[in-house]
Structure formats: C-alpha cells, structure tokens
Unconditional design. Structure first.
Length: 263
C-alpha cells in the first residue's frame, strides 16, 4: 500500500471508487484503521463529546486537537491525516493560519473548517500558504447555538441554493475536500455533481464521493442518542478490526448508507 494523498483521493473519485473516512483519536486505533485501508483519519472536534464527555464540540481547543493528531499520526502509516480546526480558532485568516500550523506540525496533512462563504477567504489564505483545507457544510456542529440544535439542513429551496453557492465558493477558494453533514440525499447528490472536489457525507446520502462516521458511533460505544445516519458496525462482528473492515466494505460497495440512514 501507498500513502494516501490529495491526488490519490482525487483518483479514487475519478475511478468511481468510494472514499472511506473515520474519526480517530489515538495511535492504536489509527494503526488498526490504517491497516483496514481507511483512507482518511479525521481527528474530529467530536473528541470533546466522545472522549471528554462534553455536551457539544465548543469546549475543544487547538491544543486538544494537536495532542490527539500527534498520537494518530504516530499510529498511522498510509492514511491521510485530517485535523479539525476547533470552535474559535479561525475567526480571521491570520488566526486560522497560526492555529493550522500547530496542527500541521503535530502531523496533520489537511485541516477542516466549518462554514460557508464567510470562511472562503480563510480557505484561500491557508491554501496559498501550503495548508490543504477540507470544508464542512450542512449541519455544522460548532454553530449549534445559531442553528438552534442539531437539525437536518438544506431542506428548503433557499437553504439548498445557499449551500450550493457556498460549496462553489469554497472550491473556488481552493478547498480540496468537502464534508456534507445531515442534508437531504437529493442535495448531497446535487452538490457532489456540481463540484470537481470529492464530497464526504455523514447523513448526506449514498451519492457523495465518500463517507465518514464517528468511530464511537460505528462501534456502538457512544452512550448518547444515536443519530439516524449512524450504523453500528460491531453488530454481527466479533472484533473491532472486523467491524472496521465491514464499514470499509459497505462504503466501497455502496451498501452504506442505506435509505434508513438518509434524510
Ligand atoms: O468532529 C467530527 O467528528 C466531524 C465529523 C462528524 C465529520 O467533524
Ligand atoms: Na468536527
């Protein structure tokens, strides 16, 4: 196997092969997931909830993400390492660059930023300075207080149009990848068809270029309420490795997500 890179991810999309991503927060799981062929390991700010027991992702700091990114980077061999920019770490392009450098120096190959047109300038600023960026649209959990809860986004014609405009602006600004969270299946397909960069869905339907889940959700160990888009891949398996293998197979063969996981 070879190192996963932005060109190799684009080649998967061009070949019509689905891209697999999972969240990961430590070296042991990184080694296991990497060995199962998961292409992208995301050090998500979801760690605030699944590792630290917070009620939202808002308390997570750049130092928290950097600590877990370093651990994941040590455990992974081939996977592309994607680190979340946490809440409050990208208010201006300069602040974003300063914080993204901390994550790249900890081992990230790419950083992820939540938000639409307002972050495009920051995306361009980072990409010009050699930091690849993954955008994130739809349900953006760092905006829980302005969104008024964790709800499906893009259900009206107006909000769907706005999301498509945002996606095009982020691509034009240089984003390499786009996470789409909790949007209708039809919109996930429309956005994917509109863009040249790959899309990675979580509750965005089967037509995205790839899929992502939070590892604690797909292993059935998160004690909270289970979102519609979650599938417990431990069911029917006798090891964590077999569950991750089953996830990779199900994404690759298009059997996950099924209709019951979609909006
Ligand atoms: O933090 C996270 O786990 C994420 C994924 C849900 C995409 O951003
Ligand atoms: Na996140």
């Amino acid at each position: 196997t070879k190192a996963v890179t932005i060109p190799s991810i684009n080649a998967l999309k061009a070949a019509g092969e689905k891209i697999t991503m999972l969240t990961c927060y430590d070296a042991s799981f990184a080694s296991l997931m990497d060995g199962c062929g998961v292409e992208i390991l995301l050090i998500g700010d979801s760690l605030g909830m699944v590792c630290n027991g917070h009620q939202s992702t808002l308390p997570v700091t750049v130092q928290d993400i950097a600590y877990h990114t370093a651990a994941v980077a040590r455990g992974a061999k081939n996977a592309l390492i994607l680190a979340d920019m946490p809440f409050g770490s990208y208010g201006t392009p300069e602040q974003a660059f300063h914080n993204a450098v901390q994550l790249v120096q900890a081992g990230a190959h790419m950083v992820k930023i939540e938000g639409g047109a307002w972050v495009a300038e920051t995306v361009r600023f980072l990409v010009e300075r050699s930091i690849p960026v993954c955008a994130h649209l739809g349900l953006t959990p760092q905006s829980v207080h302005t969104l008024g809860g964790y709800k499906v986004q893009g259900k009206t014609v107006e909000s769907a149009d706005l999301l498509k405009q945002d996606a095009l602006k982020l691509q034009a600004a240089g984003a390499a990848l786009l996470v789409l969270e909790a949007i209708p299946t039809a919109l996930g397909k429309e956005v994917t068809d509109l863009l040249s960069m790959p899309t990675i869905g979580i509750g965005a339907g089967p037509d995205c270029s790839g899929q992502v889940l939070v590892m604690h959700d797909m292993l059935g160990v998160f004690p909270g309420r289970k979102a519609r888009f979650v599938k417990n891949f431990m069911e029917g398996q006798t090891s964590i490795q077999a569950a991750v293998d089953a996830y990779v197979s199900a994404v690759k063969d298009g059997s996950f997500p099924a209709v019951e996981h979609c909006f």
